[in-house]
Design a protein around this ligand. Sequence first.
Ligand SMILES: Cc1ncc(COP(=O)(O)O)c(C=O)c1O
Length: 410
Amino acid sequence: MLNTSIHYENGRLFCDGVAVAEIAAQVGTPAYIYSGTRFLSNLRRIQAAFPTAHIHYSAKANGNLAIMKMLVNAGAGIDAVSAGEIHRALIAGAQPENIVFAGVGKTGQELYYALSRGVGWFNIENVEECRLLNSMAGAAQMVARVALRLNPDVAANTHRHIATGHGKAKFGMSTETIRDLLTRQGEFSNLSFEGIHIHIGSQLHDTTATQAAIRAALDVIQPYPTMRTVDIGGGLPVAYSADEIVPDVEAFAASILPLLEGYEVILEPGRAIIADAGMLITRVQYIKEQGEAKFAIVDAGMTELIRPALYEAHHEIVPLVEQGLPRESVQVVGPVCETTDVLGRDVALPPLAAGDCLAVLTAGAYGMVMASNYNARPRPPEVLVDPNGKSWYLVRRRETWDDLVAPELA
Ligand SMILES: Cc1ncc(COP(=O)(O)O)c(C=O)c1O
């Protein structure tokens, strides 16, 4: 969706003070473009709404080093779900104690790496992981600080593929398991049980389930004075279209902070920081009319942005040049050999011709991080429009065909 950073000026799409067509002309398409102004102001807004909370940017939403570096410099910690993300976070300048390590299937090697780097929190998802971490921390003569991830068995108001807190999901532990672990803390002398973690899903359309999850979490930890931290995960939503009504960050904070008085709070937002700061630009290759449908076949597809194919996600698609011409309904499809390779169905766009450029909006989160080389397609470059609003630079170059074959041992 358009916003104060990604907007039209005299019919031309701008990212802050830079015409998007200028970037397209220089770096080519497809390409991701991010507004530094927008993601920093999204972070500041969350920091203001949760003034005493520790905000850990969720690197899984967009792990670009330049972006993480700026967020870390602006005071964010990092939420990492793999040793690879911890590695990235450290390169981006995050202090290890400001990293939380979550993830349902951390390997021993990953736990060892995190321990040896001094990562601040381990969000534990099962009893065996607890035992493994305890013995590794023991061998290293360390005490690891842990938060136990609760699966509160609540139904989040979101797409079924991104709901994580219902009882059948693989994430977290039941209240019974956590209660049992807490009564047996003495068996884990190299772990310090200090927090509870809940993340019931992404793109939460209301806070009802989050409130229920927090109440369940507090009920479990209330008898244990050392359990002073509640990590409520991510899930702060963004609007992907004008008619998508979601609570804003202030409303989200107002509805849950009163429940958490007296506790340290950790938040792991990803999408709410970076989604609406990013767009994917793409060029029309062909126009094809077939049956009733008009297809715009563009040079980006599910390899660059898989969310529409994976989650039936909606992204607004707009032209780089808006001349106020009458709109027509177009199927915006990619070049990948899959029927689901559709970026937008029935998109209302002005008449298009080969060579025209489009922008797929609100694509900053779960976009480039999920890009793939399927069909031997090099992944696109990423461009950052500086927070000064005027200059822009490549923060990741376009991959080459040689990059594609580089790891192979033929
Ligand atoms: C444990 C955890 N924390 C944080 C996040 C980030 O969520 P979001 O991008 O919705 O804020 C996720 C996303 O799935 C997650 O699994």
